[in-house]
Design a protein around this ligand. Structure first.
Ligand code: 9MR
Length: 585
């Protein structure tokens, strides 16, 4: 065939294969209507020198309610007139800019949701809005089947006072052959640049807080200094680099489970059970949960996290709790017995316990028993397991551009209040489930710094990034992990799963189904097992002394002399530095 003809046919095929149809009957901004306070309204304004000529302009006024609901208290939305099926791909393209803003960045959130309760979301993406026009292209998959007029496409604007313009809107269903990796989304984050200023500061903090000096003296049996070679081999970090795991997999020898364990041991020194120690999970199969916990202890895991004693939402509690809503005393007893029972059954085995999970949005138990009951839960946990560090855990504190100031304030206030009321609280968890709206590194640090003022240990407890842009995912994993490792108040960083086939958000995994590492997995491996790892071969000097700065953790030290004597000892490099004399017989 003539090459020109081939090219033509290929081009034709490609355009056929990437067919798209608008999900609305009207173009651009026409399908959208305003819903919100009467102190604001939707204006249509002309736009110059762009590929579109009109935009929606909305002003977010002062004085929106100080609750999470304020996000959607002002919005423009369009009812979807077409049918959509579960797993359909939709690409939302639009331009935004801010003509007024209050803080560092203006912000909108884009949602695709069921029109009625439970408002199932196929997309919920917060977007930083710059002062200049910016194009976003957001691909997403439809979560469930919709008949015409059963779903909304929304822009939410209920954040700090701002004026936002939105134009050039195209929301199209992708018929076939859609290549999501090929989409230039427009997403990124502050601090991604190779020469971003935060990198140097973080590197200095890592040297200061995560490293210390070994001072090793080698002598003979009579304490005389010896010339020797000293091999330092790091074995384990003292910082916890963990993941959520599944008890059933740890106890199984099926081929994939063997792989699962092999990778888990290779990449992590800490773990949290994803579901096994939740109240319903523990009641259903406590033997399996406890056996798996013992298994990890036997494998040398000392930095384990228990998750979670109280997750105060009836959906996540044993079914009978709901029936106790009219009997507070029985409910109180049931909860206290549970905390004591599970806490005692695991006492001494978890370093940390999530006593209270997500108490800001989940209030079913507090609504019945009152807020002071939360203090009791911590006291009961302390009673059951006196050695464990007790945590509160919450989501959406750092993610989504760190824009959820309302929730940050509520979390801060709740922790302060719990401490005032005498709750034995040692630490706070910041889950870290990220979507496309990554949080600038400086902003993330500001939020961590603010929570560090509470004087508690901070852990990143459930990190994942649910995006298909693997390069962006890897870059952010590297930068966020680096920031967290550098922060003096943080001592653990746990992922919420690692293998695609066993991950609540498969895209968030670091290992593919076929056990190959994704770019974000390579980043994780390289930082934790190479860049932040110390192996060194040293020679003792005149005084028999060898020194080395290294990452805090457990080591094996081997001393070899020229005349063939040798000795290997375990040693731990601690914050204050470790000084040791190694005596050869
Ligand atoms: O990943 C967990 C999923 O398998 C469970 O079905 C779900 C309900 O128990 O919980 C998921 O984990 C959640 C965690 O316990 C708390 N923070 C949010 C996590 C993701 O939803």
């Amino acid at each position: 065939m003539h090459p020109r003809l081939t090219t033509l046919i290929l081009a034709l095929l490609t355009s056929l294969l990437s067919a798209q149809t608008s999900i609305f009957n009207a173009p651009d901004i026409e399908p959208f209507t305003y819903s919100g306070p009467s102190t604001s309204r939707l204006e249509i304004v002309p736009v110059e020198a762009q590929g579109f000529t009109r935009a929606m302009r909305l002003r977010t006024p002062d004085g929106l309610p100080a609750t999470a609901a304020r996000e959607y208290s002002i919005r423009v939305r369009a009812l979807v007139p077409t049918e959509l099926k579960r797993n359909d791909w939709v690409l939302a393209t639009f331009f935004v800019r801010a003509t007024e803003r209050s803080g560092d960045t203006a912000f909108v959130k884009l949602n695709f949701e069921r029109a009625v309760s439970p408002y199932t979301k196929s997309l919920s993406a917060g977007l930083p809005v710059p002062d200049e026009w910016k194009r976003y292209q957001i691909p997403f998959q439809i979560a469930e089947n919709y008949n015409p007029r059963e779903a909304y496409f929304d822009f939410w604007l209920g954040y700090d006072p701002q004026t936002i313009e939105i134009g050039g809107v195209k929301i199209e269903k992708q018929e076939t052959g859609f290549n999501v990796q090929g989409i230039e989304t427009g997403y990124s984050y502050q601090g991604r640049e190779a020469d971003a200023a935060w990198r140097k500061d973080a590197a200095e903090r890592i040297d200061k807080y995560r490293k210390a000096d070994f001072k090793l003296t080698v002598t003979d049996a009579n304490d005389a200094p010896l010339q020797a070679t000293v091999q330092l081999r790091m074995k384990r970090h003292s910082f916890a680099f963990g993941t959520a795991v599944v008890a059933q997999a740890l106890l199984s020898s099926a081929p994939d489970d063997l792989k699962y364990k092999e990778w888990f041991f290779r990449l992590f020194n800490s773990a949290v059970f994803e579901n096994d120690f939740k109240w319903p999970g523990f009641e259903q199969n406590r033997t399996r949960a406890l056996t798996a916990l013992d298994y990890l202890r036997d494998q040398g895991f000392t930095m384990l996290r228990g998750h979670t004693l109280v997750w105060p939402n009836f959906t996540y509690l044993p079914a009978d709790l709901r029936t106790l809503a009219n009997n507070p005393e029985a409910m109180r007893q049931r909860i206290n017995n549970h905390i004591l029972d599970e806490g005692r059954a695991t006492a001494g085995k978890f370093r940390d316990w999530d006593v209270l999970n997500e108490p800001i949005p989940n209030r079913d138990l507090q609504n019945v028993l009152g807020d002071l009951e939360m203090v009791e839960w911590f006291k009961k946990a302390r009673e059951a397991d006196p050695a464990a560090r007790l945590f509160i855990n919450e989501y959406d504190i750092i993610p989504n551009a760190g824009a959820n100031k309302v929730k940050q304030d509520e979390y801060y206030r709740l922790i302060t209040w719990l401490k005032e009321k005498g709750a034995p609280l040692d630490g706070l968890g910041e889950q870290g489930h990220f979507g496309f709206t990554l949080t600038g590194i400086d902003k993330a640090k500001q939020i961590f710094d603010r929570f560090a003022e509470l004087g508690l240990v901070i852990e990143v407890t459930e990190f994942d990034i649910d995006i298909y842009d693997e390069k962006l995912q890897a870059d952010y994993t590297r930068d966020y992990l680096t920031l967290c490792f550098s922060h003096p108040s943080i001592d653990s960083f746990l992922m919420w799963g690692f293998w695609e086939a066993r991950h609540w958000k498969p895209q968030g995994a670091i290992l593919r189904r076929d056990w190959t590492l994704k770019p974000n997995g390579e980043v994780w491996r390289d930082l934790i097992t190479k860049e932040w790892w110390t192996n060194a071969d040293l020679k003792t000097g005149e005084e028999g002394l060898a020194t080395q700065r290294g990452f805090l953790g457990d080591y094996e030290i081997t001393v070899l002399t020229e005349d063939g004597r040798s000795k290997t000892i375990p040693a731990t490099l601690v914050k204050e530095g470790t000084t040791l004399t190694i005596k050869l017989d």
